[in-house]
Design a protein around this ligand. Structure first.
Ligand code: NAD
Length: 248
């Protein structure tokens, strides 16, 4: 039986992950880590990483960047394969995660849905086939989300940018400027409200026509199930950085 530690176990996603683990054979929750212990979990919860006295086989992290780095120190000490689903990292923090992956396996994806990762491949192809289009990304999430744009919007933008030989610039804040959009820009727009779990559209504007690809998630279970699959994938891997493309 593979034993998992859930970092951010009392968050919306942490709770979904514990349900997903419960429904998956050959894996169980050993313990959780969170700022708050609600007392509602069926597994021990540590509010201070220094007090963890159980060593899991794998870690699943849905928390905040600061909490991710706390758990990475613990993971490095014990060489525990780790799935990072948290978003909102700076470029320097992403490099730091890469450095950690030299000493133990890390799986990181800003979106644990297979279909979003398929969408990334499709928009990459479309960007190459529609080189004259103006590309805009619109993402919508619930009103509690702290980072913007979403990690997934950046994942989609990076996929398009790679396909176009990294020639694109990202524009997040057009309203402060009084100038026309540039040809080599990807506009990225964030909408926040209600309970929206996550919606991403990539729009390719041509002359007199446009093509929109949209992905919509109705349940957090999609991400939780994806993260459990990632944990089962990474648990026996060698040190290195893995993502959804390695898994599928
Ligand atoms: N990769 C994906 O597919 C995917 C999908 C959904 C959400 N996310 C990301 O996962 C993260 C969590 O999302 P959520 O909706 O569950 O948020 P949430 O706010 O409901 O949960 C975050 C949890 O982390 C805990 N936490 C905060 N600081 C901590 C610390 N220092 N130590 C330990 N625990 C701490 C909080 O108490 C909370 O329980 C976000 O970054 C979100 O963008 C990723």
């Amino acid at each position: 039986m593979i034993k998992v530690l859930i970092n951010g176990c009392n968050g919306k996603m942490g709770q979904e992950v514990s349900k997903a683990v419960f429904q998956t054979p050959d894996i169980e929750v050993l313990c959780g880590v969170d700022r708050i212990d609600t007392g509602d979990n069926t597994f021990p919860v540590f509010t201070d990483i220094e007090n963890i006295n159980l060593i899991p086989d794998v870690i699943i992290d849905f928390s905040l960047p600061v909490a991710t780095f706390n758990i990475l120190k613990f993971a490095e000490k014990h060489k525990i394969p780790t799935v990072i689903a948290t978003t909102g990292f700076s470029d320097d923090e992403i490099k730091e995660i890469e450095n950690y992956s030299h000493s133990f396996p890390i799986f990181r994806s800003a979106n644990m849905s297979y279909e979003i990762n398929l969408m990334a491949r499709i928009v990459d192809e479309l960007a190459k086939k529609l080189p004259d289009s103006d590309i805009e990304i619109v993402e919508t999430h619930h009103n509690r989300k702290v980072d913007s744009p979403s990690g997934t919007a950046l994942l989609l933008a990076d996929s398009i940018n790679n396909a176009l030989n990294n020639t694109m610039e990202y524009e997040y804040n057009r309203h402060e400027k009084h100038e026309k959009r540039k040809k080599n820009e990807i506009g990225i727009h964030s909408i926040r409200g209600g309970n929206e779990v996550g919606k991403h559209s990539v729009i390719f504007f041509g002359n007199d026509e446009s093509l929109t690809i949209t992905h919509n998630v109705n349940s957090r279970a999609v991400f939780a199930n994806g993260s459990v699959k990632a944990a089962l994938f990474v648990v026996h891997k060698d040190a290195g950085l893995y993502n959804m493309n390695d898994m599928f």
